[in-house]
Ligand binder design. Structure first.
Ligand code: 5AD
Length: 481
């Protein structure tokens, strides 16, 4: 890890090693890639589209999508653009590529060619290489982003940015903690500093690439202060390496007031911390993820969940919303189901466009709580790491000062436990080592006592279990039967 913008010579030296990891690395010529990127039309540049949406107070819709073969991938994206009305398009990367297992990805491509159907759960961009990425992007009319879940995404970033993508999702914390058991946090942060430095290099050369830390983390009852703390640390890490267009994310919890307050505070706090460390010229936008937890199997019910996420995204004033499909309970959706999720969402984002929620007392109170919690965590973490962002993150997780519920990573304390209050807002049932003062703790305890009294049972772990399954069973709060 490094606590400054990586020196150019060091970056260039590291690049050689990265590009050697797979033969398509040789296709990357950084100077040529920069002139290629400069010729991309602004309407197809992620940062331009986000800025326009922010200015016009519009909430953009974006799906997830990726299949193994270039032609089928293009066809899928075209359908999501034309039929689904996607404002922004993804390319979801397959699991082999996410684990740097390019040989197996290659076998998957070959099997897919042989059988004519996608045998990978995403698009293996590293194996396909620079020119195939460009070919696909050139045939579409909206900006494209790489979405993945890759702890070491250095080669993927080199190839996809040279390949014309204008946005890159992930981060050294958010693509570690929820995604694996044994990845060293120090290593993933170091590897992501390279990715951020690459984007910083493009920026130095006049090319703006959007960076999006992955907001929802485990997608399971993650209280806003936890995802905000991670998003802000990753924003600081990215800004330090020269990124100037950052989209911070949050996964819908389901309580309207809390979700609106979360998006509003996420934007405010990210800008406040960036300014505090001297990164005044970063454009900050927000992404709201529709419900990331378990979904109902029934399609009509799934549309209900999707629609509620769409409505909340607009009311919260999010710059974009990542859309679920009615097939969510079963896995990767068909093109049609994916487009249907988009259409449901867009119907609401457009209908509600002029109804962004004003800060009512309830929203204001909730914002104050989220702010106090997030500031408590970040101040403790930054103090522990002496304002070195990478070191702070590593030590903060070690000490359990940031603790992501239900994360598989061994470097995560897994002591804090969330549960819903009587109105469905996500609170803490167990604080673990979170650095909250007594007043904050009392607030949570009272909220859970209120629920327990209503349900005529004690505050207990059973509530957590009931809450995890509630939405898929048609409820928000997991009440006893
Ligand atoms: N195409 C569409 N959606 C995908 N997801 C993962 N891979 C793909 C893909 N290739 C979705 C899952 C889940 C979310 C985390 O990502 O269905 O909704």
């Amino acid at each position: 890890m490094i606590n400054e913008k990586m020196p150019l010579a060091m970056f260039m030296e590291l690049r050689k090693e990265v590009l050697n990891q797979w033969p398509t690395g040789k296709e990357v010529d950084l100077d040529e890639a920069i002139s290629y990127q400069k010729n991309i039309h602004p309407k197809k540049r992620f940062s331009d589209r986000l800025l326009q949406a922010k200015n016009e107070q519009e909430t953009l819709v974006q799906p997830r999508a990726g299949v193994a073969l270039p032609n089928q991938h293009l066809e899928l994206l075209r359908y999501l653009q034309n039929e689904g009305g996607a404002d922004l398009l993804p390319t979801t990367i397959d699991s082999y590529t996410r684990h740097n297992r390019y040989k197996e990805a290659q076998a998957g491509i070959e099997e897919s060619v042989r059988t004519g159907k996608s045998l990978l759960n995403g698009f293996p961009a590293v194996n396909h290489g620079v020119m195939i990425c460009r070919d696909i992007i050139e045939k579409l009319n909206v900006p494209l982003q790489v979405r993945h879940g890759t702890p070491d995404a250095r080669l993927l970033a080199e190839i996809t940015l040279a390949g014309g993508f204008t946005s890159f999702e992930g981060g050294g914390i958010s693509y570690n903690i929820p995604y694996g058991k044994n990845n060293s946090l120090e290593k993933t942060i170091t590897d992501w500093q390279f990715v951020d430095r690459l984007i910083g290099y493009y920026e130095e050369q006049g090319v703006r690439i959007n960076r999006e830390p992955f907001g929802p983390l485990t997608g399971t009852l993650v209280p806003p202060c936890i995802s905000h703390s991670v998003a802000i640390l990753e924003s600081l890490l990215a800004a330090q390496q020269g990124c100037k267009c950052i989209t911070v994310g949050y996964g819908q919890c389901g309580n309207q007031i809390q979700d609106i307050a979360a998006i509003k505070t996420l934007s405010n706090l990210t800008q406040r911390y960036l300014r505090r460390f001297g990164y005044d010229d970063v454009l900050v936008t927000t992404v709201f993820h529709q419900w990331m937890g378990g979904f109902p199997q029934d399609e009509a019910k799934a549309y209900g969940v999707i629609a509620w996420g769409a409505a909340t995204a607009v009311l919260a004033g999010a710059t974009k919303v990542i859309v679920k499909s009615p097939h969510e309970a079963f896995g990767v959706p068909t093109a049609e189901a994916n487009a249907n999720g988009l259409k449901t969402t867009k119907q609401l984002t457009v209908m509600l466009k002029d109804q962004i929620a004003i800060e009512s007392p309830a929203i204001r109170n909730e914002m104050e709580i989220i702010e106090r919690e997030t500031v408590s965590i970040l101040e403790a973490v930054l103090a522990l790491g002496e304002n070195d962002f990478g070191k702070s993150a590593v030590r903060g997780f070690e000490a359990g000062l940031i603790d992501v519920p239900f994360a598989p990573a061994q470097c995560n304390a897994n002591k804090a436990l969330p549960a819903r209050d009587n109105h469905g807002a996500v609170r803490f049932l167990d604080f673990g080592n979170l650095p909250f003062d007594e007043e904050l703790k009392k607030f949570h305890q009272e909220k859970l006592r209120e629920r327990a009294a209503f349900e005529r049972r004690d505050v207990s772990f059973q509530m957590v279990i009931d809450d995890i399954y509630a939405v898929s069973k048609g409820h928000l709060v997991g009440r006893p039967r």
